[in-house]
Design a protein around this ligand. Structure first.
Ligand code: SAM
Length: 298
């Protein structure tokens, strides 16, 4: 590919002494972007999560550049080495094994260090499993009008894992997390035990790959689905947000927020904010707003 074929690639200035954070495909090589190829061809070197893995991707597109390894175990030291190259007015790219760096991947500390050192960090957007899954989740996002929280990988520690399950069960936002093939069955069964039966679960497996599978089920159908499920590959799971019932939350999140805000807002304003944020009916939110007022001004 010659840059001159696509003038728009030259529209954004790609300065020297900058780090380019470049998204790569999550499965199908066709999802590399023109800009990713342009920037990877332009830079002086590429830092990668795993040099052998990235060499295969780069070979495919005949990109030959110096590579350095920068992964979760050397992210800070790797950042320091890379900053020296930026001081020499070089352009460097960072790519993770798949998708967008910093999304459950190294990149966050690197970007922080490079920014703190005073250099520009420029995103070259592209594929990410969470974005692909969100774009086709439909029903599991409808309850929360498309709003969601991303939990990355759930913790392997029992206590934190249980906290995450609780967060998923009680949040009015849809919850999205990544899961590995060896943990997916256990995690789905724990969701089945924790969630109310009608919560919607969307399971996206092997996005953009040959055996892509997209499954919409209710929480109470999880065990039945698992009986014949293929659990190989990579997973994104989306759980719909919970419908709030006034009684459930009388002493919970909604009323806590209402009490915090009530000194500053009138009941009507407060109830509008609560209705919008927690997806409550006007009647429910107004009752909570009234309840949150200290007795003397009710
Ligand atoms: N940075 C990547 C991104 O932007 O999506 C995520 C990297 S994280 C180390 C890998 C996890 O992302 C996998 O275990 C899986 O949960 C999810 N994932 C990555 N590729 C996927 C795919 N093609 N289909 C489904 N999930 C995928």
């Amino acid at each position: 590919m010659k840059s001159s074929d696509f003038d728009f690639l030259l529209e954004q200035d790609l300065p020297r002494g900058a780090l380019y954070v470049v998204a790569t495909p999550i499965g199908n090589m066709g999802d590399i972007t023109l800009r990713a190829l342009h920037v990877l061809n332009l830079v002086d070197g590429i830092a990668c999560e795993d040099t052998r893995h990235s060499a295969m991707l780069l070979n495919q597109f005949e990109i030959r550049k110096p590579l350095i390894a920068l992964h979760e175990h050397n992210e800070i030291e790797g950042a320091k080495a890379l900053i020296k190259n930026l001081q020499n007015q070089e352009r460097w790219a960072y790519i993770s094994d798949a998708g967008t760096p910093g999304i459950s991947d190294p990149g966050v500390k690197l970007v922080n260090e490079v920014t703190r050192a005073g250099f520009r960090v420029i995103p070259i957007p592209g594929a990410s499993a969470i974005v692909a899954a969100v774009s086709v989740a439909g029903s599991s996002l409808a309850q929360s009008e498309g709003r969601f929280q991303f939990l990355g990988f759930l913790s392997t520690q029992t206590k934190e894992f249980d906290l995450a399950l609780n967060l998923i069960a009680t949040s009015p936002l849809a919850s999205i997390f990544y899961e590995t093939p060896h943990r997916i069955e256990k995690t789905l069964l724990r969701l089945y035990e924790t969630l109310s039966p009608d919560r919607l679960v969307f399971i996206a497996r092997e996005l953009s790959k040959k055996f892509e599978e997209l499954v919409h089920i209710r929480a109470d159908a999880i065990p039945k689905w698992l009986e014949n499920a293929n659990l190989k590959g990579e997973f994104v799971v989306i759980v719909s947000g919970c419908a709030l019932v006034l009684g459930d939350f009388a002493n919970g999140e909604v009323s806590r927020l209402a009490k915090m805000l009530t000194p500053y807002l009138g009941s009507k304003e407060l109830s509008e904010i609560l209705a919008d944020y927690f997806q409550l009916s006007k009647k429910e939110s107004y009752q909570i707003a009234l309840k949150a007022k200290p007795d003397k001004i009710k």
